[in-house]
Design a protein around this ligand. Structure first.
Ligand SMILES: [Zn+2]
Length: 249
């Protein structure tokens, strides 16, 4: 789970139009929010990922649910209120169900940075400093569901660690002068950039992958070799800063 910048309200959602849609929902229970001018910007706002678990929502949002942070049954006047809408996957949407976020608050990632209330350890979310908000969010969204979340996160993060180890082996050879070809140098530098992109806020499960990579001692070792060789460039620095802002530890 990462902080999400709330995008501008779609121009179609004027006060008049919202009133009409809201009344239609109250009268008919129709999914008045299931329109492209709402779904598309929500999908883009989260880089095509679920706002809670960061799972991919499929091409063009095929698996996207429009989640009402304040549930539509208890808060019908907010069914098309832009600030109340989040893109979500079916699992998180179902787990949250009719949970009342006013009576028992959880993290709205467009308002609260999850890093203030949660950490990640061993591919699992934990509340930070006994934060009630963090604890409640993990429970309500069921963020440590083994089958749906912890296993896929582990698979992706573990693959990243394999890549990290391979890059470090190559960098050690490069540093020792065993293999200093241009090809080898490019493999190391571009390999690290690709690895950091896998942990970037735009990528699936970025909070977990970012935390796993940055916490691993091999990462610092690799970075130090690259810095020592004078190859740490602006792009690497920018990527690392963005990834650091995503990690939870
Ligand atoms: Zn989800």
């Amino acid at each position: 789970m990462i902080n999400i910048n709330r995008s501008e309200c779609p121009t179609e959602l004027t006060e008049d139009h919202k009133k009409k849609l809201t009344q239609k929902f109250i009268d008919t229970k129709d999914s008045v929010w299931a329109v492209s001018y709402i779904k598309k910007p929500l999908f883009e706002m989260s880089h095509g990922k679920c706002s809670y678990c960061e799972g991919k929502l499929g091409e063009e949002g095929k698996y996207m649910h429009v989640e009402h942070f304040h549930h539509k049954d208890a808060f019908p006047n907010e069914v098309v209120e832009w600030n109340n809408l989040l893109p979500s996957c079916v699992h998180c949407n179902t787990n949250k169900g009719t949970h009342n976020t006013i009576a028992e608050p959880i993290i709205d990632p467009t308002i609260t940075d999850p890093r203030e209330h949660m950490i990640i350890e061993n591919y699992r979310y934990k509340s930070k400093n006994n934060s009630t908000l963090g604890k409640k969010t993990i429970e309500v969204i069921y963020l440590n569901s083994s089958d749906q979340l912890v296993t896929p996160r582990f698979d992706i993060a573990n693959k990243s660690l394999d890549t990290l180890q391979d890059l470090l082996d190559k960098a050690i050879e490069f540093q020792a002068g065993t293999n200093i070809s241009t090809k080898r140098r490019n493999i190391i530098i571009n390999g690290l950039k690709s690895l950091l992109r896998e942990a970037h806020p735009k990528s699936q499960y970025s909070a977990i992958v970012a935390t796993t990579i940055l916490k691993d001692s091999y990462y610092l070792e690799l970075k130090n070799i690259i810095i020592g060789s004078g190859l740490w460039d602006y792009e690497l620095q920018t990527l690392e800063t963005e990834v650091r802002d995503t990690s939870l530890y």
